[in-house]
Design a binder for this molecule. Structure first.
Ligand SMILES: [Zn+2]
Length: 187
């Protein structure tokens, strides 16, 4: 992962997963990927360490991954905005993390240290373990949701801080919209 992603990206691979929706506003209906292979590539470029044995998910697995993604977003969005996470969504991520942990191997050498997904866990377990690591280690006080869309990121700035997932995706368009708003003649 390059330094660029630390300042302009979401700041953690699990947030890159949550952010695989393309919707402009606060809906979450459009994926950024059409196939399991595309999702795998996006997660790798978001910094997720995916074992090479993991195959691109098929349609059934994609449904399970979307389910995990939406529950994860719901819980993290609540944390970011100071709301209490929903009970159902909390149970979904809790059971995903427990299931992944039950099959995980503890690696203590080589390039990978920590809990590694079991041989049959696939991408779902890799993400569940990544989420467990995030919840245990991340500075959750810095978790933010974009003002314009539903993307989440860790804000490492000072002062008023970062308001947009990225300037290119939301910041510039939000500024253009508020400029048009100010110029609109009073009716
Ligand atoms: Zn945004």
């Amino acid at each position: 992962m390059t330094d660029r992603s630390a300042t302009t990206g979401p700041g953690h691979p699990i947030l890159a997963f949550v952010n695989t929706v393309a919707d402009d506003g606060k809906t979450r209906n459009r994926d950024t990927f059409a196939t399991g292979g595309e999702l795998l590539a996006q997660l790798r470029s978001g910094g997720l360490d995916i074992p090479t044995v993991v195959q691109p998910p098929g349609q059934g697995q994609l449904r399970a991954l979307r389910y995990l993604r939406e529950a994860t977003w719901s819980v993290l969005s609540a944390i970011a905005t100071g709301r209490t996470p929903g009970r159902e969504e909390r149970l979904v991520i809790e059971s995903a993390m427990k299931g992944a942990m039950a099959d995980a191997d503890l690696a203590l050498g080589g390039t990978r240290i920590g809990w590694q997904p079991g041989p049959l866990g696939g991408l779902h377990d890799t993400l569940a373990l990544c989420l467990a690591g995030f919840l245990a280690s991340a500075d959750l006080d810095r978790l933010r949701e974009c003002r314009r869309c539903t993307h989440l990121f860790l804000d490492h700035g000072r002062g008023t801080g970062r308001r947009w997932c990225s300037m290119a995706r939301c910041g510039n368009r939000a500024k253009a919209a508020s400029f048009r708003e100010r110029r609109r003649p009073v009716a």
